[in-house]
Design a protein around this ligand. Sequence first.
Ligand SMILES: O=P(O)(O)OC[C@H]1O[C@H](O[C@H]2O[C@H](CO)[C@@H](O)[C@H](O)[C@H]2O)[C@H](O)[C@@H](O)[C@@H]1O
Length: 267
Amino acid sequence: MGMSSSAATVAPDCESLDSLVERFGPSPALFLDYDGTLAPIQPRPEQATLSEDVRRTLQQLAQRYPVAIVSGRERTDVEDLVGLPGLIYAGSHGLDIAGPGVRWDSPEAGHLLPTLDQAFDRLLEDTGSASGILIERKRYAVAVHYRLAAEGDKQLAWESVERVCQSMSGLRLAKGKKVWELRPDIDWDKGRAIEWLCAQLRRSEPASYLPVFIGDDVTDEDGFRSVAGLGGVGVLVADTPRPSAATCRVPSSAAVAGLLEALQNRA
Ligand SMILES: O=P(O)(O)OC[C@H]1O[C@H](O[C@H]2O[C@H](CO)[C@@H](O)[C@H](O)[C@H]2O)[C@H](O)[C@@H](O)[C@@H]1O
């Protein structure tokens, strides 16, 4: 079972939003996580809607810079939640990408669709009696949410996740915010998706963009490592300092909204 690893040094607090915006340079390419970054965390996945203010800012920014939403959600789900045509959407942690002039649908992950179907059925069967456990079937992952579960139900669900993961080849376990996910065990993640998108941008646009990735979760560390490797900026969203490969930290999705607005308002 593979797991995302995290970096060792604590991400320093970001200076003022305006000076952070300056670090983005004249031509940033924006890679934005959704849950916990653009929208605050909610008790249930479907409650994490985007505010009209953030939607308007994203729409304006997309007229000036490339904007990609890079999410663990199913691509069509996050597309519906953001509701803006003209953006790039990378769903299932980057295994499924679509946007103007770009398309990536991992063939390796495609081969694992029957395995994911089976994993979903087994998890549903195993956890049927557990209350507060939500099983989310995404195109290229099955997520087991335990945010609303009591300790005993959480334990039952965890045992099932471990059992299913160990007994099925081709899947790996990843952990997120109050969620366990079974994903295709292939060498692809948000970081690889960002690198792939940067290569597509370089091919189709003469300008050289500085990649900026903003995210809040363990799986976003792959994205921070990628943008660091590309000379870009990673912004961690976390209410307390923690080890991260990000360049710096802002405290909340409200601060992200302010940061995007400051970027849009700069001359
Ligand atoms: O990569 P992201 O865009 O951040 O997506 C990560 C996961 O987000 C969702 O779950 C998380 O947010 C929910 C709503 O706030 C919350 O209820 C849950 O506890 C969080 O884990 C989404 O449902 C998952 O599919 C994504 O992988």
